[in-house]
Design a protein around this ligand. Structure first.
Ligand code: NAD
Length: 340
């Protein structure tokens, strides 16, 4: 049993905790919060031992009936590996503690590549993560881009990529963030950080990304153009996507044309928290003209990095050495097969 601590029980952390708890080869030893909130009550209800960053704040939890198991340092001493799901930039502050205690740590995409020195996407570079002490799981958008680009690169070769990302303004619970009524270029300059971030996983890919933020909480939407190295018949492209364990196809018959309808669809399928762990490629959008491939894909910001984080745990612990096997184990434990 791999003993896993989750430092930062928020949007990503609460999902990683449940995904880890579902695995036969892993156990959640604890989750952490800085202050009492709805998520602290969820941790209690789910039976996850709750640790806190600052033990002097223990009374703030216990007065609401939230038992505190100890300090974050105490939690880390129980763990083989910690998944750091604190807000971007906090992971950097936590790293010295992980180093002091000799615990392996997974950081999320809000941290810089240099913090871990290795950026991870399961089906791109799993084997290079085997045995590492520090790994960074790339952001939701970068994960979605890496999956689709790597799949096409393996099958056809990719000469260059242009991806336009229409990003959600906030997660559903983040009531104080916006925009409320604007399209915000984020950034105005081109490329956005996503292209260089893809290069931390796939250094050879020639990619330019543009990004904007819109008033929605559901998901991101990517418009992607790839120039491939050879002509790619549409059916061959679709066959590659169907063979991928984390690329889903939103089929014509569903009549789904939006992120909102897609979220409703996965909710009705009974996915926990209506999470879309896979890329949601709109099948009808997949168009090939000679070597040029065009598509739309929805990326659920709260979900796609969760399954990758579970795979990263196995790679770092060295208990599984092949990406395909870990991906299959993770997916099966969650009862997850991509939408088709
Ligand atoms: P969040 O704000 O929802 O959750 C962070 C949690 O960490 C909160 O529960 C907070 O109480 C806790 N926390 C804060 N400081 C802490 C500390 N010092 N010690 C322990 N816990 C602390 O954040 P999130 O959206 O889950 O993001 C976490 C990471 O995942 C970031 O790096 C982010 O960039 C990345 N990420 C987020 C998304 C997304 O859409 N939400 C998608 C992909 C990756």
């Amino acid at each position: 049993m791999i003993k896993v601590a989750i430092n930062g029980y928020g949007t990503i952390g609460k999902r990683v905790a449940d995904a880890v708890a579902a695995q036969k080869d892993m156990k959640v030893v604890g989750v952490s919060k800085t202050r009492p909130s709805a998520e602290a009550f969820v941790a209690k209800a789910k039976g996850y031992p709750l640790y806190i960053a600052d033990l002097t704040k223990k009374d703030a939890f216990t007065k609401f009936g939230l038992p505190v198991a100890g300090s974050v340092e105490g939690m880390l001493k129980e763990a083989d590996v910690v998944v750091d799901c604190t807000p971007g930039g906090v992971g950097e502050k936590n790293k010295p503690l992980y180093e002091k205690l000799g615990v392996k740590a997974i950081f999320q995409g809000g941290e810089e590549h240099e913090l871990a020195g290795f950026s991870f996407c399961s089906d791109c570079n799993f084997s290079e993560a085997v045995g590492r002490q520090f790994v960074r799981v790339v952001s939701c958008n970068t994960t979605g881009l890496c999956r689709i680009i790597n799949t096409m690169d393996r099958a056809f070769g990719v000469d260059r990529v242009l991806a336009v990302m229409v990003r959600r303004g906030s997660d559903p619970g983040e009531v104080k963030r916006g925009p409320v009524d604007a399209v915000v270029l984020d950034p105005v300059t081109i490329p956005s950080h996503h292209g260089p971030d893809v290069n931390t996983v796939l250094p050879h890919v020639n990619i330019v990304t543009l990004a904007m933020i819109v008033p929605t909480t559901m998901m991101h939407m990517h418009a992607v153009h790839m120039q491939l190295r050879r002509d790619a018949p549409r059916e061959e492209v679709l066959a590659q996507m169907r063979a991928h364990p984390r690329i889903g196809l939103v089929k014509k018959g569903t009549e789904i044309k939006s992120t909102a309808e897609l979220k409703e669809f996965v909710m009705d399928l009974g996915r926990p928290r209506s999470d879309l762990w896979e890329n949601g490629v709109y099948e009808e959008s997949v168009t090939t003209i000679g070597r040029d491939l065009y598509l739309f894909q929805a990326i659920h910001q709260e979900a796609d990095v969760v399954v990758e984080s579970v795979d990263a745990i196995r790679a770092m612990m060295g208990t599984v050495k092949e990406a395909e096997r870990s991906i299959a184990m993770t997916n099966e434990a969650l009862g997850f097969s991509p939408i088709r």
